[in-house]
Design a protein around this ligand. Sequence first.
Ligand SMILES: Cc1cc2nc3c(=O)[nH]c(=O)nc-3n(C[C@H](O)[C@H](O)[C@H](O)COP(=O)(O)O)c2cc1C
Length: 176
Amino acid sequence: MNDTIGLFYGPAKASSTEKVAQKVASQIGTDRVDLIPVKDATAEDLKKYHHLIFGVSTIGKETWDGYTTRSDWDRFRPELDKAELEGKTVAMFSLGDHVTYPRHFVDALGMLYEILQNKNCRIIGHVDPSEYEFEESQGIYNGKFVGLPIDEDYEPERTDERVKNWVDQILGEFNQ
Ligand SMILES: Cc1cc2nc3c(=O)[nH]c(=O)nc-3n(C[C@H](O)[C@H](O)[C@H](O)COP(=O)(O)O)c2cc1C
């Protein structure tokens, strides 16, 4: 098993998610992370890593339910569904916009969490919502975001600090 962390993210290509994926990787140390766009990834690729990070942007329910939109995550979702993640440790982050979508802020965290919950993996990197302004989010379970929310649209100046704090947190939690 590989000690390197597999960071699977989408969308790729000049997206905010890619930008934040790169920040997370540099904060961890790029030699310790493989950055993999989900559009090219398979369930087999996930097998190589004991420690995983998923990065996703929240662009509405259709991202998950509408196979007609064919986003990067639409393509990867069946791969994730069939992947065996038992015993692995997983952290997630999601891009969102708390001003335009305050009632659906980073919902993608919750959608990913629903899939991962049935896979006997350990989900780390939960974040206190008191640092964020929003009304509702499907990304909250037991009073915490189940991953890191990032808002590059309206709070980009907070991204670096959020990424740094979260990376410190998950590096500790990966090894617990
Ligand atoms: C069509 C569309 C729908 C969106 N829906 C949501 C949403 O439901 N919740 C949210 O927090 N952000 C939502 N956003 C904001 C995006 O998540 C945000 O702009 C993000 O930074 C985009 O990242 P990307 O460039 O990696 O796709 C939406 C953006 C678009 C364009």
